[in-house]
Design a protein around this ligand. Structure first.
Ligand SMILES: [Ca+2]
Ligand SMILES: [Ca+2]
Ligand SMILES: [Ca+2]
Ligand SMILES: [Ca+2]
Length: 420
């Protein structure tokens, strides 16, 4: 007799009431100008002598209220400024440093995404976040929010509402298991008649969880609507292996992993888990892991019990943190936890076309998977092992010093992923 292992989604429905590394931070200061303020007591001849010795050219302007001037130079402004600062005729001199706007997209609910940019409101800790705006600015510049060009992210879940206003155009592969079995009065699924064959076009989301995960990973940014995904330039491959109750058998899950790998997904995000170590699931993970980095939820047990697939060696296990950068009470803690990401009270897209706040290591997982996709997009010819090493090296060490069972190497950081 066929035994169906039911794998639950790793979201908590409690409290529900609710590319290319482009023009990064290149020049630090303007190569042609320096800012100098002369000492009040210096005479005009002392000033011009100091300026001549340092090699100053014409004065281009002054700075209101500061009494400093902007002057053209032919040499390295840092060297010129250093030379000027040795003169008694100079109050101070410095290069004309370049500040860059940080890319805050215009999505109306972006301010609620503490996991991406935490300003300390709502009882949070400022900067307990993945530094998303800083990372996006380093990748794309301060005002560009491309919707394409990133590494493909595969998601095994309850499906996704591909027509959601904040996911429009993002889902480039859509499939799911043919049948979850017979639904008796909407109460009981009979898995004995389930068919785990993957069928194209069957990724509609009758639960909501998968749409939420998809939005965290890659919702459209700067479109004047809703939220912003971490890797908003990544296309999504969606495979539905979990039913309307958020459960699914390993046969379908394993098939989805194979399907997503075949679509060319560089990262496969799995916000699901079971305490059962299935040979089938293990084999599917092993086969896919040569081409894709697989990222999965550590689990919501609030204990140290291993959760699969997260606990397989090939899979990055993701714990959940809150707006204080502390481990969520529900988040599984054990030696296999590899990284952490925001997972408490996360706002994202929902299958009713709207938006919803939910919690879970399910929500942490797509944050980490999307950061991994940013890395894969920067290094497209590298291996999953390389991307994984970059992911764990580019974290902020939180909870106990060093790698610890609560948050692994630390909470992921998009700026470090984008620049290191
Ligand atoms: Ca920050
Ligand atoms: Ca949006
Ligand atoms: Ca693991
Ligand atoms: Ca730590």
């Amino acid at each position: 007799m066929k035994r169906a292992i039911s794998i639950g989604i790793t979201a908590l429905l409690a409290g529900l009431a609710c590319a290319s590394a482009a023009n990064a931070a290149s020049a630090r200061y303007d190569a042609r100008t320096v800012i100098v303020k002369y000492a009040d007591r210096a005479s005009s001849s002392q000033r011009s002598l100091a300026g001549r010795l340092a090699g100053l050219g014409e004065t281009l302007g002054s700075i209101r209220g500061v009494g400093a001037q902007v002057v053209r130079v032919a040499r390295d402004p840092a060297a010129v400024a250093a030379r000027l600062n040795r003169s008694k005729a100079v109050a101070y001199a410095e290069p004309n440093y370049i500040a860059r706007a940080t890319g805050i997209p215009n999505d109306p609910r972006f301010g609620e995404l503490y996991g991406l940019d935490n300003n300390g409101r709502a009882g949070g800790t400022a900067d307990a976040d993945i530094d998303a705006p800083e990372g996006w600015t380093a990748l794309f510049g301060a005002s560009a929010f491309p919707s394409t060009g990133g590494a493909k992210i595969g998601i095994v879940d309850t499906g996704a509402r591909a027509g959601h206003e904040d996911l429009a155009g993002k889902v480039v592969n859509c499939a799911g298991v043919r049948s979850f079995g017979i639904d008796v009065l909407g109460l009981l699924n009979l898995p004995l008649l389930a068919d785990p064959t993957i069928v194209d076009g069957r990724c509609g989301d009758d639960n909501g969880h998968g749409t939420h995960v998809a939005g965290i990973a890659a919702a459209r940014a700067n479109n004047g609507r809703g939220v912003a995904g971490v890797a908003f330039n990544s296309p999504l491959a969606i495979c539905k292996a979990l039913d309307r109750l958020g459960a699914g058998a390993v046969a379908g899950i394993a098939n989805c992993i194979g399907y997503l790998a075949a679509t060319g997904a560089k990262v496969i995000s799995m916000s699901l888990g079971t305490a059962v170590d299935s040979t089938t699931l293990r084999a599917a993970i092993s086969a896919a892991s040569s081409g894709a980095l697989i990222v999965a939820a550590a689990g919501n047990g609030g204990n140290a019990v291993a959760n699969y697939p997260a606990s397989y060696a090939e899979v990055v296990s993701v714990a959940a943190t809150d707006r204080l950068d502390q481990r969520a009470p529900f988040s599984t803690f054990n030696d296999d936890v590899e990284v952490a990401a925001p997972g408490v009270n996360i706002l994202s897209t929902w299958n009713d076309g709207g938006y919803k706040v939910i919690s879970g290591t399910s929500m942490a997982t797509p944050h980490a998977a999307a950061v991994a996709a940013i890395i894969a997009g920067r290094y497209p010819s590298q291996t999953p092992a390389f991307w994984r090493a970059k992911l764990v090296a580019g974290v902020d060490d939180v909870t106990a010093p060093g790698r610890d069972p609560q948050t692994g190497f630390g909470r992921v950081n998009l700026l470090q992923a984008a620049t290191e």
